[in-house]
Design a protein around this ligand. Structure first.
Ligand code: PXG
Length: 286
């Protein structure tokens, strides 16, 4: 069976799924996207992802050509057509083809693209041992320039930070905001545990409000572990009992050092392990 991609309102074989070289998504990173997991044939937290996509589009003044419920159906149809049981959906909306200029009034036909595929994950080993992080010198986008709450097609900010992590031999990198406070990682949100309380930066710290983040905060509260959204500095991470990241691809993964400094006992902590277990139960319908 050949891979089917949703583009221009229908499913077509992958090799026929194309957009114009004049599309402002390509020319200017003018568009929005989502990354969603499929577990056991079910699209995980689909409505939350579509709602965030519509909010990102609203924030960049991009009017989607299909409605929210139509988008839900299109994603489900694409997953089914590709017989994906455990995998990944990439949902992309571009401004559409236009002239070689910034004026959006000269663009037409925003493109909705849906790709359902397999996903490459961090090795199991990393979940057992925890990952190392370094702080990138590249700060997160200033919210007054381009809000990190928008999941836009312009990810250069994060890519530059990720390169710094790769250069330092880590798979993720910590990004600070314009005030020097902890924001998030390049594709994951960050949490610490201190004296039995979960702490994470608030949305207006200049972060993407992760859907995994929100799900883990709910699981934590239900398990009796309080959660506080607050300003965090690297001092809080260096002196934390536990640290972990959350994200669609990563799920929940322990962080055991930052900038070469050991965090807590240097191994995945008990609350981190409990939340990973609870999250995995949630993804598997438990
Ligand atoms: N922060 C940033 C900057 C992200 O891009 C997250 C946090 C976590 O959000 P969610 O909603 O996933 O819990 C993200 C998500 C990819 C990819 O292919 C990236 C993300 C998600 C899925 C795939 O690079 N980033």
């Amino acid at each position: 069976m050949s891979k089917q991609v949703y583009v221009a309102g229908k499913l077509v074989p992958a090799e026929q799924a194309v957009v114009s070289v004049f599309d402002h998504g390509l020319l200017y990173g003018d568009g929005v996207f989502e990354g969603i997991r499929v577990y056991g044939g079910k699209v995980f937290l689909l409505q939350e992802h579509i709602d965030r996509l519509f909010e990102s589009a609203l924030a960049i003044r991009l009017e989607l050509p299909i409605s929210n419920p139509e988008m839900v159906t299109a994603v489900k149809d694409t997953v089914r057509a590709n017989e994906i049981s455990d995998g990944y959906v990439r949902l992309v909306v571009t401004r559409g083809a236009g002239s070689l200029g910034l004026d959006i009034r000269r663009t037409a036909n925003p493109q909705v693209i849906i790709i359902a595929d397999t996903i490459s994950l961090y090795p199991d080993e990393l979940y057992r041992t925890g990952m190392k992080l370094v702080t990138a010198s590249t700060i997160r986008n200033h919210p007054g320039a381009l809000s990190p709450r928008i999941k836009s097609l312009n990810y250069l900010n994060n890519i530059l930070a990720k390169i710094e992590g790769t250069d330092a031999g880590t798979v993720e990198a910590l990004m600070l905001n314009h005030n020097g406070e902890v924001a998030e990682c390049t594709g994951d949100n960050i949490f610490i545990v201190k004296r039995g309380v979960l702490r994470t930066p608030q949305p207006d710290a200049g972060i993407l409000e992760g859907i995994t983040r929100n799900a883990v905060m709910k699981l934590s509260r239900e398990a009796g572990v309080p959660v506080v959204e607050c300003v965090m500095t690297r001092h809080d991470i260096y002196t934390a009992d536990e640290c972990f990241l959350t994200g669609t691809a990563a799920e929940v993964i322990a962080v055991t050092s930052l900038d070469g400094r050991q965090i807590g006992e240097g191994v995945p902590g008990p609350i981190t392990k409990q939340l990973l277990e609870l999250f995995r139960r949630l993804t598997h319908g438990g």
